[in-house]
Write a protein that binds this ligand. Structure first.
Ligand code: AP5
Ligand code: MG
Length: 216
């Protein structure tokens, strides 16, 4: 049976960082809805152009568009063992759609770690984040710097700052998270799937906490 893990938490909490590490260690596919939208934008697809209208304002892309994109991603062969979902679902409608999609693959949501960090730290982390142009590898000027300024350690590509990481947009993204996504915490708690993870520790310590929680 495939394993599906949903990583929940506000913008900047470390979902992408942890999913990247855990994907390498477990062999589960890493599905980041934000990365998929950014890849579409880079390739100037219709989906990418539509998503950009919402992303630039820090709003959620409409559910039907997002669900369609994830459905296609889940059907690719690397998901046959399961996946770490980073940034999806973000609304109750998306959470229900995920359940029916996974049922088609004989799977279900196995665990939902929610990473918890103080709000002022989120803004700080995002204003110091640098992302790799080629593959979305994540760095931080203060807490996780690349070996060479402006260059990705893994593929040598250029590092850039996401335009939705400006403090005003970040504050709005956090509000959107509180209004539309945070309710998924109780949704998954009621299903007995939720595990709380302290995100105020180093990247390695958070990985360790996630691994211990997921073993159970
Ligand atoms: P998305 O790309 O998913 O952004 P997000 O959820 O806002 O989260 P981030 O990627 O900003 O943060 P993260 O938690 O991944 O943190 P990271 O690991 O990078 O979505 C972007 C947009 O796309 C949305 O606003 C929306 O418009 C749209 N979208 C996406 N999914 C959607 C959906 N399902 N429905 C509708 N619309 C959707 O870490 C942040 C920084 O902190 C890095 O610099 C990192 O190095 C550093 N860091 C990480 N962990 C630590 C640590 N423990 N200690 C110190 N520093 C750390
Ligand atoms: Mg991310």
């Amino acid at each position: 049976m495939p394993t599906f893990i949903v990583i929940l938490g506000p913008p900047g909490v470390g979902k992408g960082t942890q999913a990247e590490i855990l994907s390498k260690r477990t062999g589960l596919a890493h599905i980041s809805s934000g990365d998929l939208f950014r890849e579409n934008l880079k390739n100037q697809t219709e989906l990418g152009k539509l998503a950009q209208i919402f992303m630039s304002k820090g709003e959620l892309v409409p559910d039907d568009v997002t669900i369609g994109m994830i459905r296609e991603r889940l059907s690719r062969p690397d998901c046959s063992v399961g996946a770490l979902l980073d940034g999806f679902p973000r609304t109750p409608i998306q959470a229900q759609a995920l359940e029916s999609m996974l049922a088609e693959f004989n799977g279900s949501v196995d665990a939902v770690p929610v990473i918890i960090v103080d709000e002022d730290i989120l803004v700080q982390r995002l204003s110091n984040r640098w992302t790799c142009r080629a593959n979305g590898h994540i760095f931080n000027e203060k807490t996780n710097p690349p070996k060479e300024t402006g260059k990705c350690d893994f593929d040598g590509s250029e590092l850039y700052q996401r335009d939705d990481d400006r403090p005003e947009t970040v504050k709005h993204r956090i509000q959107v998270y509180l209004d539309q996504t945070a309710q998924l915490i109780s949704y998954y708690r009621d299903k007995g799937k939720l595990v709380e993870i302290d995100g105020m520790q180093s990247i390695e310590q958070v990985t360790h906490a996630l691994e211990s929680a997921l073993k159970k």
